[in-house]
Design a protein around this ligand. Structure first.
Ligand SMILES: C[S@@+](CC[C@H](N)C(=O)[O-])C[C@H]1O[C@@H](n2cnc3c(N)ncnc32)[C@H](O)[C@@H]1O
Ligand code: SF4
Ligand code: SF4
Length: 374
């Protein structure tokens, strides 16, 4: 249901939620003091078979970097297994397009042997029945396919022929026996009005989880690429998106539907919207529970954090766990986040200064209260 209340308004009935949100912020503060790695990204490559208009990594057919080869990534994973509890570790394999790597199945099988659970985020074009079965055989059980609209709006950013392959990929993953089949949609003005139909399309194609996100101003999705209004949602459009997700989550829960729809960008949305558009907190755990191995061996937190900021050291020169233990100082420091728009903000104790990558890539536009129009 729509509301004209400001995003930062606090109603009496939201106080229990506020208490819970504060508790979660405290837990994040504890993790900043005592980091505990449980989520790892592997940016497997910057090569891609598509050239999406909004691509935050500006991927193309060739990689601009010297990427880790099979031996290097397997050896890095071995050291991680020696130094961390892999039974609590989930690895999200992203890119570029992970299926561009011929050794993907071998690396996934190695992760499985080491006790790590893994997933790929893929454009789906190469996820045919054979590759889905190979992922299953390698031990993968979760896959995320990007679906950026109905056919016309998806292909307007992802290119001709990409839509049917992406929808089919969801079905191939399900048929192969993977158990968590997820679709993710970058919402922009052109596909905002299509959300109910996109939901039907991804559900009918086999997805049981549909995540909607917004586009960060980075790479080709940055201001230098497109007209900003093509990719960026204005405050009334953000409110429309939240209204849609909030309503659908409530309806699906009432219907006991197996489909889960959620907004999944990080950052504090205001007490009213928290828990209504996603079940989990929007706290950002970059550098406290989350790390990434970038394609050239640099270690950062999440692959969306600009490379020059992210890079804490290279697995080509140091053990991963040494970098994790001894670096990441700025990630784990809250003081600098009290600056800029967050200086003096009464929500700081609940929000802790927003999501890190949003803050770094769009320093004037990362606060979700502002993005909803205040
Ligand atoms: C970089 S892609 C890599 C995986 C794969 N090639 C794909 O497109 O799914 C990972 C996810 O980030 C999303 N993405 C790309 N550019 C983005 C941007 N500028 N802001 C937010 N998400 C973006 C993609 O739509 C995709 O869901
Ligand atoms: S968003 Fe994914 S599919 Fe599109 S160009 Fe970037 S890496 Fe490739
Ligand atoms: S100004 Fe900063 S601390 Fe306040 S709500 Fe926005 S992002 Fe959070």
């Amino acid at each position: 249901m729509s509301t004209d209340e400001p995003a930062g308004a606090l109603r009496l009935r939201d106080f229990p939620k506020l208490v819970q949100l504060r508790r979660e912020a405290k837990e994040r503060e504890r993790l900043l003091r005592e980091p505990d790695l449980t989520y790892l990204f592997w940016e497997s490559t910057l090569r891609c078979n598509l050239r999406c208009a909004h691509c935050g990594s500006s991927c193309e057919a060739r990689s601009p970097l010297r990427e880790l080869d099979t031996k290097e990534i397997l050896a890095t994973l071995d050291t991680i297994a020696e130094d961390f509890d892999t039974s609590r570790m989930f690895v999200s394999i992203t890119g570029g397009e992970p299926l561009m790597r011929k050794d993907l199945f071998e690396v996934v099988a190695h992760m499985t042997r080491l006790g790590m659970r893994s997933c790929i985020v893929t454009n789906g074009v190469l996820l045919d029945a054979r590759n889905a079965a190979r992922l299953y055989d390698a031990g993968m059980r979760t896959v995320t396919v990007s679906i950026d609209g109905l056919e016309g709006t998806h292909e307007a950013v992802r290119g001709k022929g990409s839509y049917r392959a992406a929808l089919a990929a969801l079905g191939h993953a399900r048929a192969a026996g993977l158990t968590t089949i997820e679709a993710v949609t970058c919402v922009r003005p052109a596909n905002l009005g299509e959300l109910p139909e996109i939901e039907r399309a991804v559900r009918d194609a086999g997805a049981e989880l549909w995540r909607v996100i917004t586009i960060d101003r980075m790479g080709r999705g940055g201001l230098g690429g497109q007209e900003s209004s093509d990719l960026w949602l204005a405050p009334p459009q953000i409110r429309t998106l939240f209204d849609f997700v909030e309503t659908r989550r409530a309806e699906l829960e009432r219907e006991r539907s197996p489909l889960d729809v959620r907004f999944s960008c990080g950052g504090f949305l205001g007490v009213r919207r928290e828990r209504t558009v996603r079940p989990e907190s929007g706290q950002c755990f970059a550098g406290s529970a989350i790390a990434s191995i970038l394609c050239d061996g640099q270690v950062g937190a999440c692959p969306s954090i600009p490379r020059e900021w992210a890079a804490q050291g290279s697995v080509r020169e140091q053990r991963f766990s040494t970098i994790w233990r001894e670096r990441f100082e700025t990630y784990r420091d809250l003081e600098w986040r009290k600056s800029g728009p967050c200086e003096g903000c009464s929500w700081f104790d609940t929000c802790l200064g927003g999501g890190l990558h949003e803050r770094l890539v769009q320093p004037e536009e990362f606060c979700w209260l502002d993005r909803q129009g205040g």
